[in-house]
Design a binder for this molecule. Structure first.
Ligand SMILES: *Cc1c(COP(=O)(O)O)cnc(C)c1O
Length: 468
């Protein structure tokens, strides 16, 4: 399969190249030149497949023979072997025709494991084949870093360096990163904030001359095509369980960078009958403002109780805009040019077209807590704050009560105990979330991390010295 850039000026790549490339040379994002699609009959024949078998069906057309089928099956099987639930992505019923899809059964208790376990194994496969070693460098405000470390820790050909803002991530999140003790894993606690971490990583990607000869950086952020692709699978898995393809299903998705919900859009275009996709945001609501008010302008970042959705710019939205503009790279370049100077407006027909499938809603911290409390009272089910936003958004803007609504549960509640403590402090009775058994000893495990000053040269010399 060939992959093209959303900005139309970078070379076409094959699957392997697109996975290893990250951002395109023209600043765009890679997307398949032609999306695979499946007939209703074919989708019907997948009813009853387990998660890994289904993942193979959905992913194989993108790989398009570049990895032999038996190897691809092995990669997929290994990716979901460390999940803590036999269903991998179990559904729980919350209310009438209302479900949550638990995407937090992986090693770090957030949905990013679905993509990053897979990406780690995929990197390992391609790098061994090429006999090449690379350096993964990434910045995290929490969830991505731990999922990337878990995904890469067993990859012989990767050294991974993850920067987090020193003393500004939650203890659960820090420990999920720093208790992974492996020769190729390096946690950098930067004396700065998340933006500082991200800037140092971006600068390092731009000029990689600090690396030893023959080494290069590889990105694991959510613009990597393989991450999006792996996320398409659970839309199929959930919908098939609820009666697709003979019955349509809707999804509500807690959204930051638009990666997860974009995977739902792809699932629909690949033939899955999805009636409505809800973009649920916290007060960092650039996507909600765009969809509801045609206001796609940058605003200051607010820290919220759902930190993994605290974004100013939603990078994967560009992939949707590319489709909505007839896959015209020049149109995307023009929009992104306007965005550089603050914001852009979409054509009314583009906006209307997006609105046919997508709805949006934004919820603040107090609304998030109220939803956690309400759902706990109604169903005895504890939501994490990100998931709560998706659930409330679905209740507010769903179009059709008779179509099953699946709310993606993106994190385990024990990962974000602060919100629960906050609700308890306001007098609400919520139970303490418990870490799963396999993680009960998280707070007594040994940690390893290096505190480094907020200087490019210091970070780069640390990386250069520690590469194996
Ligand atoms: C990353 C993340 C999100 C947002 O996902 P996007 O793909 O960036 O939209 C939502 N919830 C949790 C818990 C996350 O870690």
């Amino acid at each position: 399969m060939r992959f093209v850039s959303t900005r139309g000026q970078a070379p076409e790549l094959n699957f392997e190249q697109a996975v290893l490339a990250g951002l395109a040379q023209d600043g765009g994002l890679y997307v398949p030149k032609q999306l695979p699609s499946f007939s209703a009959q074919e989708i019907q024949s997948w009813v009853g497949l387990d998660y890994s078998e289904l993942a193979f069906k959905v992913i194989a057309p993108f790989v398009d023979g570049e990895i032999p089928d038996s190897d691809l099956r092995t990669i997929i099987d290994k990716s979901y072997a460390d999940f803590g639930h036999a269903a991998i992505a179990p559904l729980q019923q919350l209310g009438h025709n209302e479900w949550v899809l638990e995407l937090f059964q992986g090693p770090t208790l957030a949905f990013k494991d679905f993509a990053l376990q897979f990406l780690g194994h995929l990197f390992d496969y391609f790098l061994k084949k090429r006999n090449q070693r690379v350096v993964v460098m990434g910045a995290t405000s929490g969830d991505t870093g731990s999922a990337a470390i878990e995904g890469c820790k067993r990859c012989d050909n990767i050294d991974i360096f993850i920067l987090h803002p020193h003393q500004r991530v939650s203890e659960v999140q820090r420990r999920q990163m720093t208790t992974v003790i492996a020769d190729n894993v390096f946690n950098i606690a930067l004396e700065g904030n998340f933006d500082d971490c991200q800037n140092l990583v971006k600068q390092s990607f731009r000029d990689q001359s600090f690396l030893p000869d023959g080494r290069s950086l590889v990105a694991v952020n959510s613009i990597n095509w393989a991450r999006i692709m792996a996320q398409i699978v659970y839309y199929f898995y959930a919908a098939l369980s609820l009666g697709a393809p003979s019955r349509a299903v809707s999804f509500s998705v807690p959204t930051g960078n638009f990666g997860d919900v974009f995977a739902g859009y792809l699932a629909k275009n690949m033939g899955l009958p999805i009636e409505q996709l809800i973009v649920a945001t916290n007060q960092n609501d650039i996507l909600h403002r765009c969809l509801s008010n045609n206001d796609h302008s940058k605003r200051d970042l607010h820290q919220s109780l759902s930190p993994s959705m605290d974004i100013m710019v939603s990078s994967n939205f560009e992939r949707l805009l590319f489709d909505m503009h007839g896959r015209d790279g020049a149109a995307i370049r023009a929009l992104m040019h306007d965005f550089q100077s603050g914001g852009f407006e979409l054509n009314e027909d583009v906006l209307a077209n997006i609105g046919n499938l997508f709805s949006s809603y934004s919820l603040d911290d107090q609304g998030t807590l109220a939803t956690m409390v309400r759902v706990y009272q109604e169903a005895g089910y504890l939501l994490d704050p990100h998931t709560a936003i998706g659930v409330e958004a679905a209740r507010k803007v769903r179009r059709n009560q008779t179509t099953p609504m699946v709310c993606l549960a993106t994190a385990h509640p024990a990962k974000f105990p602060d919100s629960i403590a906050k609700a308890q402090a306001q007098g609400y009775a919520l139970s303490e979330p418990q870490l799963p058994d396999r993680m009960r000893d998280l707070f007594t495990r040994d940690e390893a991390f290096s505190v480094i000053e907020n200087e490019l040269a210091s970070v780069q010399s640390f990386v250069a010295q520690n590469i194996r």
